[in-house]
Ligand binder design. Structure first.
Ligand SMILES: Nc1nc2c(ncn2[C@@H]2O[C@H](COP(=O)(O)OP(=O)(O)OP(=O)(O)O)[C@@H](O)[C@H]2O)c(=O)[nH]1
Length: 308
């Protein structure tokens, strides 16, 4: 027969009951009212940092439900506690949707050529970003060729040509108004015959409504079979950047995002919306107009920026 263990009694005046009373004074349970004001303040801060309304609401609701009913030390500052929890939940969201691949290693291990395709709407900094990526890859000892597959805008090819000349990188151009997929195909063929490691494909700045350009983008993907598809978006575009990201998600299933112009006065909250809503990681950040103004995205960078 099992021996019955005697429960310690908490008689009045016993050490157990004194500890209980002590704990009642030491801890308190968080009530909705206690954190309502802090949550509202954070809502304003997140929205001002360009995190979308939907994502802001979702994150704060999750935060509230994880905190309400929790017993915390009375000496703890609730304001700090809520902010700390928010930082933790943002870190978790970003860590879960991180770009885990090491690009340089991946390129070196892949059969040649490794193809990277860039797209995004006009003026986000696509051409400049391609030049920055080309510079980064060249510095890592890789041979690069660029495909000027924006045959839609003549100036785009000229702009790329200037960058490529400065960086001493070959460029394959097409005829104005010509087939951009065949330019990409030619660049890949040239890379194969010349032992080039990476092909960077520029594409025309597609506007959301432009159906022809959208079909064209799909065709470039079919023909060039990129190893990596990158969407370029502009931190200054605010919530419009998220709309662009959603639109392109339906056209091309891209691997990640390069967020440009973070050196300008924008907090870049779209990073969080992209991770939470689309599960898309930001891979690089554009931090200026020079070739070396491209840095890998880090969760710490984002936390520091949002909470500074
Ligand atoms: N401050 C800053 N400016 C940038 C950055 N990236 C690009 N730019 C500038 O943004 C402007 C537009 O850049 P482009 O590279 O021409 O943009 P694009 O998307 O190729 O434009 P289209 O060819 O019209 O589609 C240029 O003046 C760039 O110098 C960045 O990270 N920071």
């Amino acid at each position: 027969m099992e021996e019955k263990k005697e429960e310690p009694t908490k008689e009045k005046g016993s050490i157990g009951s004194k500890l209980n009373i002590f704990n009642i004074f030491r801890y308190r349970e968080i009530k909705e009212d206690d954190i309502d004001d802090i949550i509202e303040e954070l809502r304003t801060e997140l929205l001002e940092s360009d995190v979308s309304l939907e994502v802001t609401d979702k994150i704060l609701e999750d935060l509230k439900s994880s905190l309400i009913g929790k017993k915390v030390n009375r000496s703890e500052d609730l304001d700090e506690l809520v902010k700390k929890s928010l930082k933790n939940s943002i870190t978790e969201i970003l860590e879960k949707n991180k770009f885990e691949r090491n690009l340089i290693d991946e390129i070196k291990k892949s059969p040649k050529p490794y193809v990277i395709m860039f797209f995004g709407v006009n003026g986000v900094g696509k051409t400049t970003t391609i030049a920055k990526v080309a510079y980064m890859l060249k510095k890592a000892g890789l041979k690069v060729i660029v495909s000027a597959s924006d045959t839609f805008r003549a100036a785009a090819q000229e702009q790329l040509a200037i960058h490529c000349q400065k960086l001493e990188i070959p460029l394959v151009k097409g005829k104005y108004g010509g087939d951009p997929a065949s330019v990409a195909f030619d660049a890949i063929q040239a890379a194969k015959s010349r032992g080039i490691d990476v092909v960077l494909i520029d594409t025309a700045g597609r506007m959301h409504v432009d159906k022809d350009l959208t079909e064209e983008l799909k065709r470039i993907v079919r023909i060039s079979k990129p190893n990596l598809k990158l969407l370029v978006i502009d931190a200054l575009a605010g919530n419009d950047a998220l709309e662009q990201a959603k639109y392109f998600e339906n056209v091309v299933d891209y691997d990640g995002v390069i967020l440009t112009k973070v050196d300008a006065d924008a907090k870049g909250g779209v990073v969080l919306s992209l991770a939470y809503e689309l599960k898309k990681p930001v891979i690089f950040l554009g931090t200026g107009q020079n070739y070396d103004d491209l840095i890998p995205f880090s969760v710490d960078w984002f936390i520091e920026r949002i909470f500074s």
